[in-house]
Design a protein around this ligand. Sequence first.
Ligand code: DGI
Ligand code: FE
Ligand code: FE
Length: 187
Amino acid sequence: MTYEKILGRLKDKLSEKRYIHSMGVEYTAAALAMVWDVDVEKARLAGILHDCAKGLSGKDSLEKAKKHNIPISKYEKRNPELLHAKLGAYYAKAKYDIDDEEILAAIACHTTGKPGMNTLEEIIFVADYIEPNRKPLPEIEEIRKEAFTDLHFCVLHILKNTIAYLKKDGAEMDEMTEKTYAYYLSH
Ligand code: DGI
Ligand code: FE
Ligand code: FE
């Protein structure tokens, strides 16, 4: 599928705000790929497509996950918006012709992260958080610098702030978010 076709389909599936965010993740991931010696085209594709399933409601996400045999954890059952990452990987392959397993894996873990992410996975996780169209988050200036100077530390910093935000909000934490944080604290 051509890049233009991917953009056309995404534009149809996402809100304008989410589409602009996706473009921000694409170019931020491309810049990070240049610094961290990752294939720039892979980073761009993972970035532009990472939220391709974000247009679905919670109810539809659960239905689609069941339909496509995507395992649903108890956390995802209670917080179905978490499923947009795994569903995104599914649609990237099924609807956007992405066969590269590394791109699909980076999309699948972009919300909670996972222990021992590879560089492309870390780049998408970070780019999602720091891209310039997102509304400013606490300590974002430091986090943005870290993304280009110390990628592992940047992942840890984002996890720490996301967990603090979820706690403050009384939101339920996914087991994977906690596991990822524990991993990055000790590595
Ligand atoms: O899809 P985006 O909004 O671009 O970003 P994302 O995929 O990182 O999703 C962000 C949302 O996911 C944010 O509101 C925090 C939430 N989130 C991240 N980890 C967890 C979580 N929500 C719950 N309930 N539990 C988590 O562990
Ligand atoms: Fe997302
Ligand atoms: Fe996103």
